[in-house]
Design a protein around this ligand. Sequence first.
Ligand SMILES: CC(C)(COP(=O)(O)OP(=O)(O)OC[C@H]1O[C@@H](n2cnc3c(N)ncnc32)[C@H](O)[C@@H]1OP(=O)(O)O)[C@@H](O)C(=O)NCCC(=O)NCCS
Length: 267
Amino acid sequence: MKYEQFRDSIAEYLQSHPQGVTWPELKDRLGLPQRTACYTWIYRMEEDVGLLRARSPKGMLWRVPTGKEMASRTPDRTNDARVLGGNLAPFPLPIRTRRMILRAPALSDVEGVRSALDDSEMSQYVPHRPYPYARQDAIDFVRVSRRKMRKGEFLNLVGVDRTSGELRVAVGVHSIDWRDLRGEIGYWVPRKLWGNGFATEAVVAVCKEVFRSLPIRRIEATVLAENIPSARVLTHAGFVKEGTQRQATLRGSSWRDVDLYGLLKDD
Ligand SMILES: CC(C)(COP(=O)(O)OP(=O)(O)OC[C@H]1O[C@@H](n2cnc3c(N)ncnc32)[C@H](O)[C@@H]1OP(=O)(O)O)[C@@H](O)C(=O)NCCC(=O)NCCS
């Protein structure tokens, strides 16, 4: 058995056992091999997917943290600090906004991410994501986000409600070019929450923090020309429309125009 198989089967199993499972039970139920590596792998999952370890009368329990637990953790107790590496290491997490906490995605977000992205309308605007979108896709989103943030490749955050811990927004800065000191921002909000200002709140906070703590001096965004809500988010956050890239992307069977927006540290 490889670590990846081990991790995915445990993550999947724990999703349907929110009360938590002890290590002997886990080994039993999943028929895990008697290998020393398995002991270290389960600890590695804390960093890899945000698995939680908690003492209980039955012994050590492994479980998916609840959204509330993730929201109430203080910065020094969360493992967010360990999630960021490479050039991203100075970026402070979590970020607190008026209504949200922006932090690294964790297993507690899997259901929120799955239900938000398993939506046909959303899938037209969020490219490079499978549709239909399954629970395993959401586990991969958490895992890949955390791995790439540890390597300093990109920033992928979720914004959750400050008290309930429910998912409100996902926002990321990708394609970071450390020579030209620029990156590209992307975001989405679960459809049932559109129009409440969550995207604007998150984009404003992330851009502010990127310019404050990283050497980045330009953030870009590319938006389908007909995506008015997204353009509104950007202009509210101070971005300037810099032009239109004609027929720059293929969506379904049609070539669509894409508007380019930019925000400078000096703006
Ligand atoms: C774009 C998106 C992130 C906006 O999220 P949001 O939280 O609804 O945004 P906000 O509430 O901050 O609103 C931004 C503006 O869009 C407007 N808006 C929101 N939903 C709208 C809708 N369905 N139709 C028209 N305007 C809408 C709001 O009124 C607001 O403008 P205003 O303040 O001038 O009135 C969200 O619609 C979404 O997830 N879309 C799919 C993914 C996507 O397009 N991502 C961006 C890729 S570039």
